[in-house]
Design a protein around this ligand. Structure first.
Ligand code: FAD
Length: 298
């Protein structure tokens, strides 16, 4: 591996300055599970790697006074997956983080690194999209916040500007009775990057169907995607025919490509299948499955 300087900054300002200085050959570093593989493969050649893990708040999970959950960007997948507040109030995110690779890798890989790597297949992304997440960035201009959907710009590209880094992930209070399901298809049952994935999330509300819905898709577009037409359809109709139609609309929202892991056509069809399963499971969890007319049918 090409040598590089490894630096632990003492505070946010120093970290930002180190990332901004010079020819731009500096890289933020947390778990290194994406970064070091890319360096070893010669895809990137950083002269300087800035380890952000020890900065204040980066490894903390705390409930803010406003009821929002704040997750430091350097929290590991396992730390997030087993945290009592995450499990109790944001189980959808616990499912996403727990589905990443192996237990050993989850002890190293961080939630912030997963976001900043900006893979459309990132397993934290569909849950974070459904949960209306806000990300907080620190940079030369100070602190700014963005909705997660604006943070993902393209494959491997984020809204981060020169000298900026992700400090934390902010989740709004979860609505009473909210339920979510993350369904991931890999080439192997565990430990593989998603061929595609679907997160489904709903909570009781004054809609025609009694629920407000969020559906987000992974690995079927240049960034993770929401499926707004499917969400709107489910707010109006959760009958068996309505669920089938919404799953089809979710498939229609996908923009997959052919690659070594799957064809575009297979991915799109699997969105339809996993979206339907996710919707039915959420209806089970909310206790509305019988009212929807789906009964016990699988
Ligand atoms: C064997 C293997 C299996 C994997 N399986 C999965 C899987 O199933 N699902 C999945 O989603 N991912 C998977 N991954 C990918 C990877 O583990 C995740 O993307 C991981 O969460 C990245 O976090 P990290 O802390 O290791 O990031 P790093 O490697 O440290 O950084 C990743 C990128 O983000 C930048 N960065 C890191 N932190 C910040 C910050 N705070 N601000 C700005 N930029 C930052 C880095 O410069 C780098 O470009 C797998 C990886 C491996 C090696």
């Amino acid at each position: 591996m090409r040598p590089f300087d490894y630096i632990i900054p003492k505070d946010h300002a120093e970290a930002s300055a180190l990332l901004a200085e010079g020819s731009g050959a500096a890289r933020a570093f947390q778990g290194g599970t994406d970064l070091l593989i890319r360096v070893r493969g010669g895809f990137i050649r950083p002269e300087r790697v800035v380890d952000l893990k020890s900065l204040p708040g980066m490894q903390e999970i705390r409930l803010g006074k406003d009821g929002w959950l704040v997750i430091g960007a350097a929290c590991t997948m396992n730390q997030v997956a087993i945290h009592p507040l995450v499990r109790e109030r944001y189980d959808l995110l616990a499912q996403g983080t727990a589905s990443v690779a192996s237990y050993q890798l989850r002890n190293r890989a961080t939630i912030g690194g997963n976001c900043c790597n900006a893979s459309p297949a990132a397993d934290t992304a569909p849950p974070l999209f459904c949960l209306d997440t806000i990300v907080e960035l620190y940079g030369p201009g100070g602190v700014r916040r963005l909705p997660i959907a604006d943070f993902y710009v393209g494959p491997g590209r984020t809204a981060l500007q020169r000298g900026e880094f992700l400090t934390s992930i902010h989740l709004p209070p979860s609505p009473t009775g909210a339920q979510g399901v993350y369904n991931k298809l890999g080439r192997t049952k565990v430990g593989d990057i998603a061929v595609m994935s679907v997160a489904v999330y709903a909570w009781p509300a004054a809609t025609q169907s009694g629920l407000t819905w969020r559906i987000a898709l992974g690995a079927v577009g240049p960034t993770p995607l929401r499926a707004p037409e499917a969400e709107t359809a489910l707010a109006a109709d959760i009958s068996p025919a309505g669920v089938v139609a919404a799953a089809q609309l979710a498939a229609g929202a996908s923009r997959p490509i052919d690659d070594i892991r799957a064809s575009a056509a297979y991915r799109r069809d699997m969105v339809r299948v996993l979206a339907r399963r996710g919707i039915e499971k959420v209806l089970d969890l909310t206790g509305l499955r019988d009212l929807s007319g789906l009964g016990g049918a699988a």
